[in-house]
Design a protein around this ligand. Structure first.
Ligand code: DAH
Length: 338
């Protein structure tokens, strides 16, 4: 009983197989119930007892070799897992971990902001990126001649359809369909015809907040923003309001937070001022409430708009807004959820 001719024939047969069916035929020829190796194993019973251990080991070796050759050939031929030529599994080998995807840093920031606001009682609202001019501007109390309506600032799809320039139109849509009290946040991508540089991009991301009820005041706005920013940047954050103008709020404010890095002393992150401009906000303009059929004498409310790219840049120390959409893996892989 010589195993060598069997091994040679096995190698030739495996190499000659070019289809899954031919491979299966080779498997049956060697490993099947009436196969060559099965016959070899049976024949061991006929030889001298002292010969048996060596031939038994040979038989095992040939069987493993056969399985290995079949599996390798199957892989070469691109035959999938459905064919049972798998190599015997060695559970002691180290795992080969494939690379695992992760959420984009902008998605991570959206989710962080969303989970904070949900914890504060805001519920999710959504709206379309291709929007009617009515919701993007008119209903938000933008005068007809407002410069942001200009082609230079807004991408128009047609006369009265555009790519939304902010997430504020979602406020209007939500108020149209729901009665106060209401408390929502609305995340999304927005578009502006910007001159592109390190802090401006033609597509970026915002989260809108809106709270309408009886007797809502600016103190409520301040309280919610303080809580929100402290969750996001740390419990010692302070906020300050500066007068500003938005058509859809009155009064309107620019909101600064104390620098999370130097705690107000002045550093490179806050431009030595101790404060970082972080979002816009205000009390919803009575005209906006009227446009959606909410009585401004009975209800009041506040709104705010957060720039998500800006938050991510500050949170992760990203120097250039364009890096978010360039999709350079060396950059993206550094930024994982903390
Ligand atoms: N929509 C504004 C923008 O894109 C951001 C904003 C400011 C939203 C104040 C608000 C707000 O709801 O009250 O610049």
């Amino acid at each position: 009983m010589d195993p060598r001719p069997i091994e040679t024939a096995l190698r030739v047969d495996v190499a000659a197989a070019t289809t899954p069916d031919e491979l299966e035929a080779v498997r049956v020829k060697y490993l099947g119930r009436k196969g060559v190796l099965t016959g070899f194993l049976r024949a061991i019973g006929q030889v001298q007892p002292e010969e048996r251990p060596r031939l038994g080991a040979e038989s095992n070796r040939l069987k493993t070799l056969c399985e290995t050759l079949l599996a390798e050939r199957a892989a070469e031929l691109g035959v999938g897992d459905e064919v049972a030529y798998q190599r015997p599994i060695d559970g002691s080998l180290p795992a080969t971990n494939g690379s695992v995807g992760r959420r984009h840093v902008i998605s991570q920031t959206f989710r962080r902001i969303g989970s904070i606001l949900e914890g504060m009682g805001y519920r999710l609202a959504r709206g379309p990126e291709v929007e009617l001019e009515y919701y993007n501007f008119q209903a938000l109390n933008f005068p007809d001649e407002h410069p942001s309506r200009d082609l230079q600032d807004t991408f128009y799809v047609s006369n009265d359809i555009l790519l939304r320039t902010h997430t504020s139109p979602i406020q209007v849509r939500f108020m149209q369909e729901n009665k106060p009290p209401l408390k929502v946040y609305a995340p999304g991508r927005v578009y502006r015809n910007e001159a592109i540089d390190a802090s401006h991009q033609a597509e970026f991301h915002q989260v809108e907040g809106l709270y309408i009820d009886t007797d809502v005041t600016m103190a409520d706005l301040r309280g919610d923003l303080l809580l929100f920013l402290r969750e996001l940047f740390g419990s010692d954050i302070q906020v300050r309001f500066k007068p500003h103008f938005f058509p859809f709020t009155e009064p309107s404010v620019d909101v600064d937070m104390s620098c999370f890095s130097c705690h107000g002393h002045g550093c490179a992150i806050c431009g030595q001022s101790g404060w970082i401009e972080i979002l816009g906000a205000g009390m919803v303009h009575p005209n906006v409430l009227r446009a959606v059929g909410i009585d401004p004498d009975r209800y009041s409310g506040f709104a705010f708009g957060v720039g998500v790219d800006r938050i991510a840049m500050i949170r992760y120390g990203v120097p250039d807004i364009r890096m978010f959409l360039t999709n350079d893996l060396r950059f993206l892989e550094q930024l994982t959820e903390r």
